[in-house]
Design a protein around this ligand. Structure first.
Ligand SMILES: [Zn+2]
Length: 216
């Protein structure tokens, strides 16, 4: 079974795909990880990637396609893949279709963790952590227990990297690029939507149920 998981940055896609990988014994294809690995290994492709990144460009669909092909051609992963963060645009979706045919595989499910920008904003602005144990809470979704101040009662607000403007920009870019990809999988009748505003456990349960039906 091959699955694609969609969702805007901040929707909790990474968390869910980690769960699914473990439960259904899949391999995660994350283009971000593949790019980093390739750079680290200093392959010819890795050097090309480095050059593109250093010149301030996004890594081209062509290079991403090569990395995806390397992964798809590995028979260990055959029909056991969860695609996370790919395909990101229509051109990549078409590339993926060709690669799947070439390596005699198919997509069984395209899952979308549908999450509104207002929820993502609350996830970012509501986040705080305990300064002793590091446990992360959220004042909207997961506040610390009322009669328990976690470790010491000292809480740290908002993490430094959580800039709301950046989040909105990323969300808009994602939506613009990915909407046509979602339509692409709707037409193939592979599309299933999950309410990304539910709790992590609830989302995980819904995803598991959907996959169990497909596997049966
Ligand atoms: Zn604590």
């Amino acid at each position: 079974m091959n699955i694609i998981i969609f969702g805007p940055p901040g929707a909790g896609k990474g968390t869910q795909s980690d769960f699914i990988v473990k439960k259904f014994k899949l391999f995660q294809l994350s283009t971000g990880n593949l790019l980093r690995d390739e750079i680290k290994k200093k392959t010819q492709l890795g050097l090309e990637i480095n050059k593109e990144i250093n010149s301030g460009n996004l890594v081209s669909d062509k290079i991403v396609g090569k990395l995806v092909e390397n992964f798809l051609s590995n028979t260990n992963y055959k029909n056991k893949i969860i695609f996370d963060g790919y395909p990101r645009n229509l051109s990549q979706a078409n590339d993926l279709d060709k690669l799947l045919i070439k390596y005699e595989q198919k997509i069984d499910l395209a899952l979308n963790l549908k999450t509104d920008i207002e929820i993502i904003k609350k996830r970012i602005t509501g986040r705080y952590s305990c300064n002793k144990c590091g446990k992360i809470y959220n004042k909207f979704f997961n506040p610390h227990p009322k009669n328990n101040n976690c470790c010491s009662g000292e809480f740290l607000n908002k993490r430094g990297d959580d800039n709301i403007d950046v989040a909105i920009k990323r969300f808009n870019t994602y939506t613009k690029e990915t909407s046509p990809v979602l339509d692409f999988y709707k037409k193939k009748k592979l599309y299933k939507e999950i309410n990304g505003e539910s709790s992590i456990d609830q989302i995980y349960k819904e995803i598991s149920d959907i996959i169990a039906v497909i596997e049966a």
